[in-house]
Design a protein around this ligand. Structure first.
Ligand code: NA7
Length: 546
């Protein structure tokens, strides 16, 4: 990628005028700032709602929170020096360690001086006459910028369900995505947890350790594979340092950007006994590597059914009470069709005396009362603390929360009324010079995020460098290119089992009224990387450059 200065920064007569404005200071925003400021020499400002760097990790400090990518792959790979000097302590680090890493990166590259914290972007309007974006914040400032880059993350707008009576609840309630930084003391408390996605599956075992009683309210039963977390050995840490290139190449060749490749074996090409042995080994290895046990687990329903049978059997073996085991194993979707959680003692938690499971698909929550939760059957669950592990308005929520308007005052909300539409996941027709990092239409959440982020940030940086070196000032996609990309996104999804999970945030199904569209690009990160590189190599085919 381009690493030299191609233009001088604009004169700083207006302190709120920049070449590029980046929204968000998580993994994406930090690297985007570094690339545009230090490699291209642009004037750049990052606007961040939180009081510090970290993005999703800044907000998600709930009990049990951990990364589900292996730590040595959940980091930047652009700097050999950074790679060698940083040491992860565990296989799956939690927010404090990831925050330390991101602060280390921000300090090492002197990024914080160009980030304005505690600043929420409220609107971004394109001014066609001047070819600039005007970006207004909640503090009353209006910034002007040529390039607008949204680095807002895919899972940052918390979904607090609209359950009648919440305002009458006499206890305390929290959403895992906005966890108090000082923590929550569960000792002696009756806790209710709504939600059994990746977050709920991580939180329940830790809450149960100190709470007097925990009631888990489950709407959709979920698979989970043991994470098998643990400290990294000195030998492994050295191996990471010495094999940076190889690890990076593997991540770039892998379908999902993880540091391992899928098996070449098809699930039904081996005997039942062999298959069982492979699944047992994958279960022992744990983590997302389980998904790589066979090459066709997410592309063939028959192959997937073998994983489903294995994982449901594991639940029934672990959970001692047969009625609870049945509720937990009553899973309605193929394995990995929803983001597959990994856990530490999730199913084991239901063997504790202080933990109960309530199936709210069979007996839905009717309302929240001052004393707790009441279900349709009239059952009352008295609670002191209510934890919503109910996920996010994923992928589009944080973009649509801002009032983004492109050419002719077209609101992004309107342009996306029937679901997100863009070209190669990077740009929307009618919204010139606006780029999205890991937005819908790109592999994003189906991928180990830092790999997807580095690819997008570097592509955007190269694109802006190209525009400036060619004396061009504007780029936006052609409508027919968008149309063709949407067809490719749909075709890629339909070639997998992923759209078969009806209750999935990949489809927007968790948010009432949200259009049901499969949002991420499921054709694989390696393939996607090539598509983006080819588009750039063919002089930004599908875009109009002026
Ligand atoms: P998820 O995966 O969206 O899970 C949210 C959970 O909350 C899931 O079990 C939902 O059930 C449940 N939920 C959502 N709304 C309700 C209402 N109204 N009533 C009852 N239950 C509800 O979010 P997570 O935070 O766990 O994980 C998000 C990502 O973060 C994850 O994929 C990783 O990438 C990291 P449902 O399945 O919708 O029936």
């Amino acid at each position: 990628m381009a690493r030299t200065n191609v233009t001088a920064p604009v004169p700083k007569s207006d302190p709120l005028r920049f070449d590029a404005l980046v929204v968000g200071a998580g993994f994406s925003g930090l690297y985007q700032l570094l690339c545009l400021r230090d490699r291209l020499g642009l004037s750049v400002k990052v606007l961040e709602a939180g009081a510090g760097v970290g993005g999703t990790w800044y907000w998600n400090r709930y009990p049990g929170a951990r990364c589900d990518s292996e730590s040595h792959s959940y980091c930047y790979s652009f700097s050999e020096e950074l790679w060698r000097e940083w040491e992860w302590s565990e296989k799956y680090p939690g927010p404090p360690e990831i925050m330390r890493y991101l602060n280390h990166v921000a300090d090492k590259f002197d990024l914080k001086r160009d980030i304005r914290f505690n600043t929420k972007v409220e609107s971004a309007h394109y001014d066609e006459k001047e070819n600039v974006w005007r970006v207004a914040t909640h503090t009353g400032d209006t910034y002007t910028t040529q390039f607008l880059i949204t680095a807002v993350g895919c899972l940052s707008t918390a979904n607090v369900p609209d359950i009648p009576g919440l305002e009458t609840f006499q206890g305390k309630w929290y959403h895992t995505g906005h966890w108090p930084h000082e923590g929550v003391d569960f000792r002696g408390k009756r806790v209710g947890q709504v939600g059994t996605g990746s977050t709920g599956i991580q939180a329940a075992p830790v809450i149960a350790e100190t709470a007097k009683h925990l009631t888990v309210f489950q709407r959709t039963a979920n698979y989970s594979v043991p994470a098998r977390n643990g400290p990294l050995t000195a030998e492994f840490k050295q191996w990471i340092k010495d094999n940076a290139e190889e690890i990076r190449n593997t991540m770039h060749a892998a379908v999902n950007g993880h540091p391992f490749l899928l098996s070449e074996t098809l699930a039904l090409s081996v005997s039942p006994d062999e298959r069982e042995a492979i699944y047992e080994k994958a279960w022992e290895t744990g983590g997302l590597r389980f998904r790589g046990a066979f090459r066709d687990l997410v592309t063939s329903n028959e192959a997937n059914a073998t994983a489903v049978a294995f994982l449901k059997r594991k639940i029934r073996e672990i959970v001692k009470d047969p009625a609870t085991a049945e509720k937990l194993a009553n899973i309605d979707h193929p394995y990995a069709a929803k983001r597959p959680p990994i856990d530490t003692d999730y199913f084991e938690t239901f063997n504790r005396d202080n933990v109960d499971l309530v199936d709210i698909r069979a007996d839905p929550i009717e309302r929240i009362t001052p004393a707790g939760i009441r279900t349709k059957s009239g059952a009352d669950y008295p609670l002191d603390i209510l934890v919503f592990a109910t996920g996010f308005d994923g992928m589009t929520g944080s973009l649509l929360k801002m009032d983004i308007r492109g050419r002719d005052d077209l609101a992004l909300k309107e342009a996306w009324a029937a679901g997100p539409r863009n070209y190669i996941g990077l740009q929307v027709a009618g919204f010139p010079n606006m780029f999205m990092v890991t937005g819908p239409g790109s592999p994003s959440v189906l991928c180990n995020m830092p790999v997807a982020i580095e690819q997008h940030v570097e592509w955007i940086t190269d694109c802006i460098a190209h525009l400036r070196s060619e004396g061009l000032t504007r780029i936006e996609p052609k409508e027919e290119a968008v149309e063709s990309w949407i067809a490719q996104v749909n075709a890629a999804a339909n070639a997998t089992v992923l759209p078969q999970a009806k209750h999935s945030w990949y489809l927007g199904a968790n948010i009432p009224g949200k259009p049901r569209v499969f949002m991420p690009y499921a054709g694989g990160m390696a393939h996607y990387r090539k598509i983006c590189a080819d588009v750039a190599a063919r002089n930004y085919e599908g875009f109009t450059l002026t």
